[in-house]
Write a protein of this length. Structure first.
Length: 397
């Protein structure tokens, strides 16, 4: 049984291992014996494409666990945290709809309630994801002692390929991380206005994880994964507290949300705009060519994908910085990349009657159903890595 589990973990499903020479264009063009790399891969000492197969199983497993936790844990917690009322029985709202002029108040309220549930659950699920991956990454890179390449980035490349053994910790980290991105790409439930950026980010990440694994550039790979996971822990937790803060009596959660969002912005800046370009991109562009040269297609592919990620980092942080400046100067009515809060407001207006006057600070407006800008100023941060950020309300002028 133990041997079967180890075989499964290593991607051994009884299928022939595809030798690395089958995709030799990814490897440096000279100075390395691909025949030895093939033999090492067949012996299980060098990663192969087959070794990533468990990531698909992890993606399916994550989906099953998420479904189970959604109904047993996440949904009850979301209802309590946001103080959501029960599902409206439309059969009991015929008189209400008649008075409102035929509007479907029950269905609108149920849609709004379901959308809030989905957003809360997805943020909570992703928070657990990224927190777990940070723990796995720290254990992989720093325990029982820090990896040699943490302080010396030339160790990303020196001694490759045969001196770079693939530990079980690195193998497992790669498989669960790739499985999580496959899971998110297939089962993201909340529609975002930056869907194209999200898909681009996920596809770029999946390519980098897969290509760095099969070439055994895993030292730089695990470093990149850990740097990217840190900020998302604070982003997703801030969103959870933000959604909770909208419930009456949970105003204290706004303070927690703001603190977590501030930590997120700082962490994002340090990990993705300082550490990532200084330690990773610099090493790839200037140190790796000293070991492998630049006359191979794989180098340009890796460099391009890493620069695409950095471009997304700059784009998203620009929006975060602009939002923070406006927050402390003129105030923010709405971030142009906010999530589907506006749709929630539309449903809330419908629930209150066909464009009539809304109730509470989220609706604002009188008579026309249009939301006056001076009544309610909503803050939504930029979405990072395809994820919407927390939003909060600011008192009307």
């Amino acid at each position: 049984m133990q041997a079967a589990m180890e075989g499964l973990f290593r991607g051994q499903f009884g299928l022939p291992t595809m030798p690395p020479s089958s995709y030799k264009w990814i490897f440096p063009s000279k100075g390395f014996d691909l025949a030895k790399i093939d033999a090492s891969a067949l012996a299980g000492n060098f990663p192969s494409l087959q070794g990533l197969a468990p990531a698909i199983l992890f993606a399916l497993l994550f989906g099953a666990v998420r479904l189970l936790l959604h109904h047993t844990c996440f949904e009850p917690l979301a209802v309590a945290a946001m103080k959501l009322g029960p599902i409206v029985n439309e059969a009991n709202n015929d008189n209400t709809r008649a008075i409102k002029g035929g509007g479907s108040s029950g269905s609108s309220s149920n849609r709004l309630r379901q959308r809030k549930l989905v957003k809360f659950v997805e943020s909570l699920w992703r928070f657990i994801f990224y927190l777990a991956f940070c723990v796995i990454g720290i254990q992989t890179l720093f325990l029982p002692k820090p990896a040699s390449w943490i302080l010396d980035t030339t160790q990303f490349w020196d001694g490759w390929p045969h001196e770079h053994g693939l530990s079980d910790a690195i193998r497992f980290y790669y498989q669960v991380e790739l499985g999580s991105y496959l899971h998110q790409l297939m089962w993201t439930e909340v529609n975002r206005s930056d869907a194209k950026e999200m898909v681009l980010h996920h596809l770029t990440t999946i390519l980098l994880i897969g290509l760095s694994y099969v070439t055994n550039y895993t030292r730089v790979g695990v470093t990149i994964m850990l740097l990217h996971d840190f900020a998302d822990v604070f982003l997703e937790s801030a969103k959870v507290f933000n959604y909770s803060s909208k419930a009456k009596g949970h105003e204290w959660a706004k303070v927690v949300c703001d603190v977590l969002f501030g930590i997120f912005a700082l962490t994002f800046f340090v990990t993705r705009l300082i550490l990532y370009p200084i330690f990773v991109i610099r090493s790839v562009l200037f140190e790796a060519p000293g070991f492998f040269g630049i006359d191979w297609l794989g180098y340009w592919l890796f460099a391009s994908l890493l620069l695409v990620l950095q471009g997304l980092h700059i784009f998203w942080f620009y929006l975060i910085a602009r939002m923070l400046v406006r927050l402390f100067t003129t105030g923010i009515e709405k971030d142009e990349r906010s999530d589907d809060e506006d749709e929630d407001d539309e449903d809330a207006r419908s629930a209150n009657g066909n464009g009539g006057a809304g109730t509470g600070s989220e609706i604002g407006g009188e008579g026309s159903g249009e939301r006056p800008r001076s009544r309610s100023k909503e803050l939504s941060s930029a979405k990072i890595s395809g994820l919407s950020s927390p939003s909060r309300k600011k008192k009307g002028e």
